[in-house]
Design a protein around this ligand. Structure first.
Ligand code: ZN
Length: 195
């Protein structure tokens, strides 16, 4: 991470603190405690840093374009969606919401063309589904940077061809768990919109 990027993340974090009066005092204190060189890494790995680090994974979309679909019914009411659908024309670029390691490139019946990208601490999996195409050169095990192009929005798997979208999920897991093991979904909406 270069200096400019570090500064940008710090700016984002401060913006978020202003917007969240409940945590402000606590966080300002911790920021002050860390206002010595070489502490940026600690700031960005704190939970509040995650929102600052995430970007909307469909190119050209802004926070006001997003809808919270986390608790929508799926499977005829048998389960919750537990993800976010970002509607976009087929072919729109899908980009990495967060950095990590590309753990699995997987074609599934429901998800179609999917990608599993794992955070550096291995405790979060970012899941991208229904892609029309993968970006060229993606291979399992490669390092993915935030904003890297992953492919294009589509409707592969069980998505409605008339409503192409990116299905994006964030799953909390244990570092030693495999990508396919049960994990706890968290709602990306407040993190991507900072609400
Ligand atoms: Zn979905």
């Amino acid at each position: 991470m270069d200096r400019e990027e570090s500064a940008a993340i710090r700016d984002d974090l401060e913006y978020q603190l202003e917007a969240d009066p409940n945590d402000a005092n606590e966080e300002v204190r911790s920021l002050e405690a860390e206002s010595v060189p070489n502490t940026t890494t600690r700031v960005t790995t704190q939970p509040t840093g995650e929102a600052a680090q995430l970007m909307i994974p469909v190119l050209g979309k802004s926070a006001t374009d997003l809808t919270d679909t986390f608790t929508d019914d799926r499977g005829g009411g048998t389960r919750l969606h537990e993800a976010m659908d970002i509607m976009a024309p087929e072919g729109t670029s899908v980009v990495a919401a967060a950095p990590g390691t590309l753990e699995r490139i997987f074609l599934s019946d429901a998800g179609g063309n999917t990608l599993y990208i794992r955070s550096e601490d291995r405790e979060t999996i970012y899941y991208y589904a229904h892609l029309a195409e993968y970006a060229q050169g993606l291979t399992e095990g490669m390092t993915i940077r935030r904003g890297q192009r992953l492919g294009t929005v589509g409707s592969t798997g069980n998505a409605d061809p008339a409503a192409p979208h990116l299905h994006f999920a964030m799953l909390r897991t244990q570092a030693r768990s495999e990508w396919w093991e049960p994990a706890t979904a968290v709602n990306p909406f407040p993190l991507l919109t900072r609400r």
